[in-house]
Design a protein around this ligand. Structure first.
Ligand SMILES: Nc1ncnc2c1ncn2[C@@H]1O[C@H](COP(=O)(O)OP(=O)(O)O)[C@@H](O)[C@H]1O
Ligand SMILES: [Mg+2]
Length: 345
């Protein structure tokens, strides 16, 4: 990031009009902003912390760099297996927005609705593994993990599938996944390693969720490359729309490189607090910017959801009557009623 920004640069960063930024400058909302001639200059340090954090992330184009360096123009893609199943990547580069909660509880809801489901834990923090009540030590000792699947050519996904809850299964992760991510960077097939393994997988599951890490690095690229559908949980905060736009740009870039049709991208508003006017404004803004891609079902703030996660149980096991359970069930129904997503024009 440059140390001094123009009003245009700040406007671009925030997805706003430069005139608004100039107005804010004259209202002294960026302490330290000064004028050279008629143009405002805004010191980076005078931006609010949340914006600075976002700007720093935006300045590090991880996925773009990774993909461009690692995906040759004509990339050999393994043929699709004949089996038609739905693969939903739950992705967002921001942490703590509800990705894991969404993946785990949708898989559990799907299982109640008669689907065989599978969650692939693609985050070295292993939250999905823990949310299903698996013991991390036992998982690490068994070595039947996604880390091994991605690293060992002769180790198929089928051997890393653990029963989780009812007819939901999980492919667990360990902290070692962080190392695997850097190994994948040096491999020619790095970004499509998961796709290769999933194409070979003959499992029964009809609905597969990939729980992504909070970044746009190599593991998230692997998830995007296998997905028919990307579900982006967003919190109703100031920069929500901007984050989704950036993720969409990465998805489009990846699909061009892989020469695959773009998956359907849907956002779901999570941790929504109806009482705040800000949340309602952001919901409107998201619907306006992304239209039908925003799910009708919203997930409200519900502490029972975090208690269930901490207890290692899906919400339908922990408290099937709470609001979070009702809302995730409704979201699962909404997604299922759409059938397997088809590419959009
Ligand atoms: N709707 C919700 N209401 C309250 N707490 C939630 C909700 N969704 C998620 N949480 C909690 O917020 C934290 C982050 O959620 P998580 O799903 O782990 O996010 P991510 O996977 O995006 O990092 C967890 O402690 C989780 O239990
Ligand atoms: Mg998570």
């Amino acid at each position: 990031m440059p140390r001094i920004l123009t009003a245009e640069q700040v406007a671009e960063l925030l997805g706003m009009r430069p005139t608004t930024i100039r107005l804010w400058c004259s209202q002294n909302r960026f302490p330290g902003a000064f004028k050279i001639g008629r143009e405002w200059r805004i010191p980076y340090e005078s931006l609010p912390q949340e914006i600075r954090k976002y700007a720093d992330e935006a300045a590090a184009p991880e996925a773009q760099v990774v993909a461009e360096a690692h995906i040759p123009a004509a990339f050999p893609i393994a043929p699709e297996s004949g089996r038609r199943r739905r693969v939903t990547a739950v992705a967002c580069q921001k942490g703590g927005v509800g990705k894991t909660t969404t993946a785990v509880n949708l898989a559990a809801a799907g299982s109640i609705l008669g689907q065989r489901t599978l969650v692939i834990d693609l985050d070295h923090q292993c939250h999905a593994t823990v949310a299903f009540g698996l013991d991390l030590e036992e998982v690490a000792e068994s070595n039947r993990t996604i880390d091994r699947v991605l690293r060992d050519d002769n180790f198929p996904i089928a051997r890393a599938v653990w029963p989780a809850w009812q007819s939901a299964d999980v492919v667990p992760a360990t902290v070692e996944l962080a190392v695997v991510e850097t190994e994948l960077l040096t491999r020619m097939m790095g970004p499509v390693e998961l796709k290769r393994k999933l194409d070979e997988y003959e499992g029964e599951q009809q609905w597969i969720f990939v729980d992504c890490p909070p970044s746009l690095g190599m593991l998230t690229l692997n998830a995007l490359a296998v997905a028919d559908e990307i579900l982006v949980p967003v919190e109703p905060t100031f920069l929500a729309t901007h984050g989704v736009t950036r993720l969409l740009a990465t998805v489009n870039m990846l699909c061009k490189r892989l020469r695959t049709p773009p998956p359907v991208v849907r956002t779901v508003l999570t941790r929504f607090d109806q009482r705040t006017r800000e949340a309602n404004r952001i919901l409107e803004e998201l619907r306006e910017a992304l239209g039908h891609r925003v799910t009708d079902q919203i997930i409200h703030v519900n502490v029972t959801l975090s208690q269930a996660q901490a207890a290692g149980k899906p919400i339908f096991d922990y408290d099937p009557n709470c609001r979070g359970a009702e809302e995730y069930m409704a979201l699962a129904r909404e997604l299922l009623s759409d059938g397997i997503p088809q590419e959009e024009g």
